[in-house]
Design a protein around this ligand. Structure first.
Ligand SMILES: C[S@@+](CC[C@H](N)C(=O)[O-])C[C@H]1O[C@@H](n2cnc3c(N)ncnc32)[C@H](O)[C@@H]1O
Length: 249
């Protein structure tokens, strides 16, 4: 079989939440390319893989870092040149490995379908090396783990569910919060100071739960979000791996 790039969802943090398909692919690929948010940074996706694979499996692999700067991407405006440059650099390295006949696994947190760099990588690779074979391996998303850990469904019956990054403008956030039955707010960590007052204004504060590091050893479920309200820089910030679920029913 010709060399393939596998974009592999590795779940929210607990290595036991890796699928069997993900494990098989990770074991078979000679190269693991890991996304890092800073040059020589740490990859949470890789740390999940390290916990799931045996030392023997890992010893036989080449592990390479791919740098993906964490910048907000507005889909209508397109990404900043720095971000495009990083995607192209990453895609060129992957193309080189595939041309050598080596399959590459690219582990990505949760499910690649949800706010994952994996799709940007695949799109950029298709531009520079259209013959590249790419497969996606779905994973357990953070919101699925958050739902499980709060023992509450995301949607039932005719409930409408919205999944949004909380970094939206307040006006768009407000519209979504008013229109849907369940709202999953991702990327909340930097905007808690403004998000909590908005939830309070819409009478949704007692319907919201913040799940921090779901599926990791130091997981927390918080139902009192008031400590996060206040002047930016003067109130605590939750970890980047935090999701808020607002359930109206
Ligand atoms: C770039 S998105 C990645 C989402 C991921 N692809 C998924 O399927 O869940 C990053 C956001 O996912 C959420 N997230 C990721 N891992 C999480 C975890 N273990 N616990 C809670 N939220 C998490 C947070 O909202 C974080 O800001």
């Amino acid at each position: 079989m010709s060399a393939t790039l596998y974009i592999v969802g590795v779940g929210p943090g607990d290595p036991e939440l890796l699928t069997m398909k993900a494990l098989t692919v990770l074991r078979q690929c000679p190269v693991i390319a890991t996304p890092t948010a800073s040059v020589q940074g740490h990859s949470t996706a890789l740390s999940i893989v390290r916990q799931a694979l045996s030392t023997v499996d890992l010893a036989e692999k080449e592990i390479i870092d791919l740098y993906f700067p964490m910048h907000k991407i507005h889909r209508e405006q397109g990404p900043e040149p720095l971000v495009v440059q990083a995607w192209q650099e990453a895609a060129r390295r992957i193309a080189g490995l595939l041309q050598e006949g080596r399959s590459v696994a690219f582990p990505t947190l949760g499910d690649p379908a949800i706010y994952s760099t994996g799709h940007y990588l695949a799109m950029t690779l298709a531009e520079i090396y259209p013959q590249a074979r790419v497969h996606f391996v779905p994973g357990i998303s953070a919101m699925s783990a958050c739902s499980a850990n709060t023992r509450a469904p995301l949607c039932l019956g005719d409930d409408m569910l919205a999944v949004i990054p909380a970094t939206f403008s307040d006006q768009r956030l407000r519209q979504v919060l008013e229109s849907f039955n369940t709202i999953v707010l991702m990327k909340v960590h930097r905007v808690m100071h403004s998000l909590v007052p908005l939830l309070r204004e819409l009478n949704l504060l007692d319907k919201a739960a913040l799940i921090e590091r779901a599926g990791m050893a130091d997981e927390r479920v918080l139902t009192d979000l008031t400590p996060f309200a206040g002047e930016e820089g003067c109130v605590p910030q939750p970890h980047y791996f935090s999701t808020i679920i607002v359930r109206k029913r």
